[in-house]
Design a protein around this ligand. Structure first.
Ligand SMILES: [Zn+2]
Length: 458
């Protein structure tokens, strides 16, 4: 399934690979997965995804679909597609050849409040109606039934918190048990032909600190574990050789392209990159390019270039150029900056659609150039050059994004105030008029009603 094409000369480092699953587009690594929200890449409908984007794989969090569980059966579980097709893929209308990766939580997830800790049998997940518990055995069963291409096993990952020594011990035990139970469930399945590849979650600590779990993984890796899910770069530093051939899927939340490069330097093969969606929501068109031998090495100026362009700025109001010169994405090929600036200012949804297509395209090219650079053996120099050439952070957001949802906030526990202003409110005198007007009696005839006026009583 995964072949390493070129690896670092010593230990763990940047490497080229090829992730090939039957019937799916081959993912040349390093690469990234598009991050979905409730089954879609935000702002991109399924037809646009198939026609105008070239995203090779997506990541889906199960917590987006299971707010009714366990008391009611969620619609995703009730959905029965024709035989042999993946219920999850059909439910979210993902093209057949796009790699589908399923995990329990979104990327990046909202950290659970201290009042909702994980237990020996459950993890806390954030659904559309708040935090719920997801049982490890329910997750394993659902993950097998939904037939994604890759399933990230459930891990006791303490998002947003440090693990103390006691807690590491407990988390190690839980990971061993959950992984083994999941593997046993897979062995008992009737058909193994369509089974997803299982990626085992590493705890966000060094391999030495979770060594009993690592030893378990080494025992089962040949047959039952096809890859690793990495939540902190610490766990790669001393990763034993036996696990090194496995592909590494990163949930390491890079916040800028420089972090992406750093995580590739430290050995991540496939990344989830949350700043693409965040930049789009903020109205920012990404504009960075990784230098490969085929393109510029010319920037020697003292001022670093911005990583993105704030499209809210009125400076673009009469600019008929593309978002980025030479960009071949759908947005740049068909529209100009002035139009996109207008769409954002008018809060037209199409503005974010175009930005999202452009931002994913820029990221596609970025990763393609990274792979070319590793193949050419110039990666270290190119990374250095990139760091000199660009600012270290994405531009600040100035305009308003689309309406934010619960899963985009940090949880602060019960009784937190509403964070979204209602988009439409009643003006004061409108409210007064309603108080003044008594509802008409049941026996009122038409002429009286007409005299009184209906909704427009003044
Ligand atoms: Zn573009």
């Amino acid at each position: 399934m995964f072949t390493v094409i070129k690896s670092a000369s010593t230990g763990i480092g940047p490497r080229l690979g090829r992730l090939a699953l039957p019937g799916k587009k081959v993912v040349h690594t390093p690469h990234y997965l598009g991050i979905t929200s409730r089954g879609v890449i935000p702002h991109i409908t399924q037809d646009t995804f198939a026609r105008d984007a070239s995203i090779t794989g997506v990541y889906v969090g199960l917590e987006d679909f299971i707010e009714r569980a366990p008391y009611q059966t969620p619609p995703l579980y009730q959905f029965k597609p024709p035989k042999d097709s993946s219920p999850l893929r059909r439910f979210i209308a993902l093209p057949e050849d796009t790699l589908l990766v399923l995990g329990a939580r979104r990327a990046p997830p909202v950290a659970a409040p201290a009042a909702n800790p994980n237990t020996n049998e459950t993890v806390s997940v954030c659904t559309a109606v708040g935090f719920r518990v997801l049982r490890a055995d329910d997750y394993a069963e659902a993950a097998e039934r939904l037939q994604a291409d890759i399933v990230v096993g459930l891990g006791d990952i303490p998002y947003g918190r440090k693990l103390g020594n006691k807690r590491i011990e407990k988390a190690t035990e839980r990971n061993i048990k959950w992984t083994q139970d999941h593997i046993n469930l897979r062995h008992s399945a009737e058909t193994r032909a369509q089974q997803a590849k299982l990626f085992a979650p590493l705890l966000p600590v060094s391999s030495a600190k979770q060594r009993f779990y690592i030893e378990t993984l080494i025992q089962v890796s040949e047959r039952d574990v096809a890859g690793l899910a990495v939540y902190a770069l610490d766990s790669l530093e001393d990763l034993p050789e036996a696990l090194q051939p496995l592909p590494r899927l990163g949930f390491t939340t890079p916040s800028a392209p420089q972090d992406v490069l750093q995580h590739i330097v430290l050995g991540i093969d496939v990344l989830t990159v949350p700043f693409i969606n965040a930049a789009t929501d903020a109205g920012i068109a990404l504009s960075f390019q990784f230098p490969s031998t085929s393109c510029d090495q010319s920037h020697n100026g003292s001022d670093p270039l911005p990583l993105g362009i704030d499209m809210w700025s009125p400076a673009h109001a009469v600019d008929l150029g593309p978002l980025v010169d030479g960009c071949t994405c759908y947005a740049c090929a068909n529209h100009h900056r002035a139009y996109i600036q207008h769409l954002l200012a008018a809060k037209e949804m199409l503005g974010w659609v175009l930005l999202q297509l452009h931002n994913h395209h820029v990221t596609d090219i970025f990763f393609a150039h990274i792979r070319a650079s590793i193949a050419n053996g110039t990666f270290t120099d190119d990374v250095e050059h990139f760091q000199r050439k660009y600012e270290s952070r994405l531009p600040e957001k100035t305009g308003q994004g689309p309406r934010v949802r619960g899963y985009q906030f940090k949880a602060e526990g019960p009784g937190e105030p509403k964070k979204n202003k209602a988009p439409f409110t009643m003006l004061d005198d409108g409210q007064e008029k309603i108080v003044e007007s008594a509802p008409p009696e049941a026996g009122t005839d038409a002429s009286e009603l007409e005299a009184q006026g209906f909704a427009a009583k003044a």
